[in-house]
Ligand binder design. Structure first.
Ligand code: FES
Length: 530
């Protein structure tokens, strides 16, 4: 489908008014005590904490700092993670559910404390967070969540309404949470890391770990960083051999529109728990107060015409608040673990020198900070009472085996279905600005015709494990439904776990036939799906 939406280049408001320090790429072998991979909230906060303790830290970022999920967040800092506490009590018991709350509450206080002690001008505001139900079915779930809050001792209010036009059965408020400008806050930390002697390299893709003769991270550009410890804070763990995380998580995309409303929101941050989910918060932008409306989640690569999702959010915004002005739109990708609790800790049971943090659902501001505080303690040999709760090895005993199997069934079905799909479209029949799955010599390929009429054609076989990517019409990317890898129109990797680009198919302009180009054939990163 042609993308009729007017904004071709989605960009979060955070990046429009903040300049993040730029760093060079790594051009030689080096060494450090600790190598951190990933320049989002987890990697940067962990590096900040460790350099404060005089650790020699190298941070590697595959693209630009703060341009992944952290740069595309809605930046609510809250321990209210949708409906979760009743479920945690059912699965893990009251003690662990309570620890989950305490860990996130501590993270919230750490972020607020860091901002205020260092006078970081990051638009920090304290507000209540609220989840609300609009149907009887979800009111029942909210009743149970309220009971869980009381059991755990979470400060809250259970009300009948929200301060904007919506038919609400019940609304559960968690008191004194926060919102902020994440890039202003984290830019401060980047500067501090560099002041404290930490080294940061951008555009340096970590691709593998070597354990012999010395622990080291190998980069795509062919350099090594030798070290005592490795901390993987990349969105998806950068190295597949670390515990098969690709089989234990799935990726979802969601969308955000920023608008100047006709009817202002008085206070609070909101999340509807019924479908379709809508998240609402205020933000300061360009001297004005804007609303960020988000929702429309779907498994990556499984959306239909993804520009539809922006339009749905815009319609909701227009009906509920009125739109004076549209300011921005963007989308984000989040990873979900099978039991909804992030994986933070030793990547594999037997090696305490390789640590990992991933799977924050949509709650990266608190979960990323929880992770950084825990990783700091694990890396420096300190006890931390949250270690057991978040340990990735809990998977052996947790109740999510069924989900594990269905997740991998889903991957297997994408592996097969995509290959069998019958495609009739020829690339020449695409309109300008349109992308789609096409047929070339009886084979499936992905084609995009740009505004000048030039065709960009790729092999749709994902280089991670061989699933078939699909066209994302809102972002103009090729997205993989299996583990969430994303590729540009020319096949470059935008988001992993894939590390190699999609194969480009060159066409002979006279014959409209593909030109054989065996040189660039890429093998999948890993041989066998789990
Ligand atoms: Fe794993 Fe595509 S991301 S197969």
């Amino acid at each position: 489908m042609k993308n009729h939406f007017p904004w071709e280049h989605p960009e979060p408001i955070w990046r429009k008014d903040t300049t993040v320090q730029e760093c060079s790429n790594l051009t030689e072998d080096t060494s450090a005590e600790i190598v951190i991979v990933g320049g989002g909230i987890t990697g940067i906060t962990t590096a900040y904490l460790l350099t404060k303790e005089n650790k020699d830290v190298v941070l590697l970022e595959g693209s630009q700092l703060l341009n992944g999920t952290t740069g595309h967040t809605t930046a609510k800092i809250t321990a209210q993670h949708d409906l979760i506490y009743d479920e945690l009590i059912q699965h893990f018991g009251k003690e662990k559910a309570s620890l989950y709350y305490q860990a996130n509450d501590e993270a919230l206080r750490f972020v607020r404390g860091t901002a205020s002690q260092n006078q970081i001008d990051c638009n920090m505001e304290t507000e209540d967070a609220c989840i609300y139900a609009q149907t009887d079915e979800y009111k029942d779930k909210l009743d149970k969540e309220y009971a869980a809050y009381q059991e755990i001792g979470i400060p809250c209010e259970y009300k009948d309404d929200v301060p904007f036009e919506a038919e609400v059965k019940k609304a559960l408020y968690m008191k004194d949470q926060s919102r902020f400008h994440p890039l202003k806050y984290l830019s401060f930390m980047v500067d501090e890391i560099l002041k404290n002697g930490g080294r940061i390299y951008e555009h340096t893709v970590a691709i593998d770990i070597e354990e012999e003769p010395q622990l080291s991270v190998r980069t795509k550009q062919g350099h090594k960083v030798a070290c005592d410890k490795i901390i993987s804070c990349s969105h998806f763990p950068f190295c597949d051999k670390l515990g098969f995380y690709f089989a234990r998580m799935y990726a979802e995309r969601s969308y955000v529109v920023a608008i100047e409303p006709k009817k202002p929101l008085t206070a609070g941050m909101y999340l509807s728990v019924d479908e379709p989910v809508r998240s609402i918060r205020k933000a300061a932008y360009d001297g004005e107060e804007v609303l960020l409306i988000s929702g429309e989640s779907h498994r990556t690569g499984e959306g239909v015409d993804t520009s539809f999702h922006y339009r749905a959010l815009e319609e909701f915004a227009a009906e509920t608040f009125g739109i004076k002005n549209k300011v921005a739109q963007w989308s984000a990708q989040d990873l979900f673990t099978l039991d909804k609790v992030p994986y933070i800790g030793k990547a594999t049971k037997n090696n305490e020198n390789i640590l990992i943090a991933t799977g924050y659902k949509k709650w990266g501001m608190t979960s990323g900070t929880v992770a950084a505080l825990l990783l700091r303690d694990l890396a420096t040999g300190k006890n931390n009472r949250y270690e057991k709760l978040f340990t990735p090895s809990r998977f052996q005993a947790d109740p999510s085996l069924k989900k594990f199997l269905s997740n991998n069934f889903n991957v297997a079905s994408h592996l097969i279905e995509g290959k069998l799909e019958l495609v009739g479209t020829r690339p020449e029949s695409l309109e300008k600005g349109q992308g789609d799955i096409v047929e070339i010599n009886g084979k499936r390929a992905g084609a995009y015709k740009d505004e000048k009429g030039k065709l960009h054609i790729v092999d749709t076989t994902c280089t991670h494990m061989g699933c078939e990517v699909d066209w994302n019409s809102a972002e103009h990317t090729w997205d993989c439904p299996c583990h969430g890898s994303r590729f540009s129109i020319n096949g470059e990797v935008i988001e992993g776990p894939a590390k190699n680009p999609l194969r480009c198919i060159k066409m002979d302009e006279d014959t409209a036939q593909p030109v054989d180009d065996k040189d660039q054939e890429e093998k999948p990163d890993t041989p066998e799906p789990v």
